[in-house]
Design a protein around this ligand. Structure first.
Ligand code: KIV
Length: 263
C-alpha cells in the first residue's frame, strides 16, 4: 500500500488512469475509503452533510483543521486534500496565513480553494511558498449566496471560453490539479484535453481525468433530494436505520445484552 504523492497523482493523467476521489470528514470513513480512493477531500460540504446547514458557508478554519486531522489519522494511502473554507482566503495574506495553519496543524497533502481569474496571483503566491494547490472552478458552492443559487457553468460560448482560459492559467501559475464542478460535459472535456494537470470532475461528465462525489450522497445517506450527477452506490440511510431499529427493539425487549455480553 504505497502512499499517493503529488507525482503519483500527476502520473495518473499521463498513464490515462482514471482517478477515484471521494470526500471524508472523519477517521472511520477515511480508513474505509482509503483502500480504493486515490484522493480523499475533506470538503467543506461537511457543513451541509453533517451539520444540516443549507450551504457550505459558516464553517471555520479550526473546524476544517479538526476534520482534516481526523481524516489524516484514518487514511494512510490516498492523497488528502483539505478545503479552505469561505472567508479564509479573501486576500493573499489571509490565504497564506490560513494555508500555513493547515500545513502545520495537519498532515494534509494539498489545499483546495474556490477561485476566479482574480485569484491567479494568490494561487501563484501559495505555490511559491510551497503549498500544493487544487483550484476549484465552475460551479462554486461558496458563491451560492452571491450568485443566488447553484448554476451550471459553461452553458454559453463566453462562459466556456473563460473557464478554458482560467484552467490553463491555473496550470501556468502552478496548480497541481483542477476540480471542476457543474460544468457542461463538452467544456469539461476540452479543459481536460488542454491542460496537463489532472482534472477531477463532479457533475462535469465522464471525460474528466477523475471523478469525485460527496460520500453521504454516493452511499445514500443523504436522500432528501438527489442531484442529477449523483449515483447511489448503497442505501446507507435505510441500512443504518434498520440496524438502529433492531438495536432499539433488542434494548426495549431486554434481548440485549445477553449473558455472554455481560460481566
Ligand atoms: O466540499 C466538497 O465536498 C466539495 C465537493 C463538492 C467537490 O468541494
Amino acid at each position: 500500500m504505497q502512499k499517493i504523492t503529488l507525482s503519483t497523482f500527476k502520473n495518473f493523467k499521463k498513464n490515462a488512469q482514471k482517478i477515484v476521489a471521494i470526500t471524508a470528514y472523519d477517521a472511520l470513513m477515511a480508513g474505509i475509503f482509503d483502500e480504493y480512493a486515490d484522493m480523499i477531500l475533506v470538503g467543506d460540504s461537511l457543513h451541509m452533510s453533517f451539520n444540516a446547514s443549507s450551504d457550505t458557508l459558516g464553517i471555520s478554519v479550526d473546524s476544517m483543521i479538526y476534520h482534516t486531522q481526523a481524516v489524516c489519522a484514518g487514511a494512510k494511502r490516498a492523497l488528502i486534500v483539505a478545503d479552505m473554507p469561505f472567508g479564509s482566503y479573501y486576500n493573499t495574506d489571509e490565504a497564506l496565513k490560513n494555508a500555513l495553519k493547515f500545513y502545520t496543524q495537519t498532515r494534509c497533502d494539498a489545499l483546495k480553494l474556490e477561485v476566479n481569474a482574480d485569484k491567479l496571483g494568490m494561487i501563484e503566491s501559495l505555490v511559491k511558498e510551497g503549498f500544493a494547490i487544487m483550484p476549484h472552478i465552475g460551479l462554486k458552492p461558496q458563491s451560492v449566496r452571491g450568485e443566488g443559487g447553484y448554476k451550471i457553468k459553461g452553458k454559453d460560448e463566453k462562459e466556456a471560453r473563460e473557464l478554458i482560459d482560467l484552467a490553463k492559467e491555473l496550470e501556468r501559475v502552478g496548480a497541481f490539479g483542477i476540480l471542476l464542478e457543474g460544468v457542461k460535459s463538452e467544456v469539461a472535456a476540452t479543459i481536460t484535453q488542454q491542460v496537463n494537470v489532472p482534472v477531477i470532475g463532479i457533475g462535469s461528465g465522464v471525460e474528466c481525468d477523475g471523478q469525485i462525489l460527496v460520500w453521504s450522497d454516493a452511499f445514500g445517506f443523504f436522500n432528501e433530494f438527489k442531484p442529477k450527477f449523483v449515483r447511489y452506490y448503497a442505501n446507507g440511510r435505510e441500512f443504518l436505520s434498520q440496524a438502529m431499529k433492531h438495536y432499539a427493539n433488542d434494548v426495549r425487549s431486554k434481548a440485549f445484552p445477553n449473558d455472554e455480553e455481560s460481566y
